[in-house]
Design a protein. Sequence first.
Length: 274
Amino acid sequence: MKFCLLFRFLSCFSLLGLFSLANFSVAQTVPPASPTPPPLPGSPKVSQEKPATSGSTSSVPDPTQAPKIPEYEVLRVLSPGVFDVMVDGFQVRFRAWGVGFPKRDQPGYREALRFSEQQLLASKINLKTKQEFDLNNLKLVDILPVGSQTTFSRQAILSGHGWHLEKETNRYGSFTLAQMKAKRMVLGVWKTPLAYTQADNASAMPMLKPKLPGALFRQQQGVPASGISFWVSSLGKVHRPGCAFYRKGRGLISNTPQGYDCRICGGRNGKGTR
């Protein structure tokens, strides 16, 4: 009886051993899937996307690429700073923003016209609109010749071919510094005895006013001309002592001022009696 129980126990143990051995052999025949190793730092990444064919090229522009600035060619220069350009099939007339030039009958006109032709006809230009229309129905634009780092207006002021229109630019700093340098070096229009003034007309630079009325008035008042220290503002206005604008803002003291008289105090002529 004991022998039968022992035989059954050994038979069960051998069957369990054979079953576990069969499972182990099956597991060894199927190799496990190996994980994909991470890419090394600095190694090129392999794209899993299919390469695009030549027929599937996208026409959508690259948003990171800056839009190309349009370039224009000047047809002709009519006067210093005034020129014609063909825009979208239409001929449009422009004027340089922030700079005034001598008139046809004033000194420096030919030099300014030659300068404008050399700067505007030599190469293409980029235009930036500053004001739709001025008093003469001309578009005001800031001009940058292609390949240059300096605008046309600043170069004209810096070389003395024109002067800064402060009211038009609201005293643009770059133009103000350029004019100060041209004045210091006495270039171009600053060699002539013309009075600098910022008139309403963009191209106006009037001649000096006659001094006879002022001299007659000073004789009547008994005040010598050389004994008065006038205040000449940065805009070219001449103020007498006692004026509300005397020594206000930027300007200089002068016994022989050049400019146009203040309407309040009379400037060099003085305020007449009623």
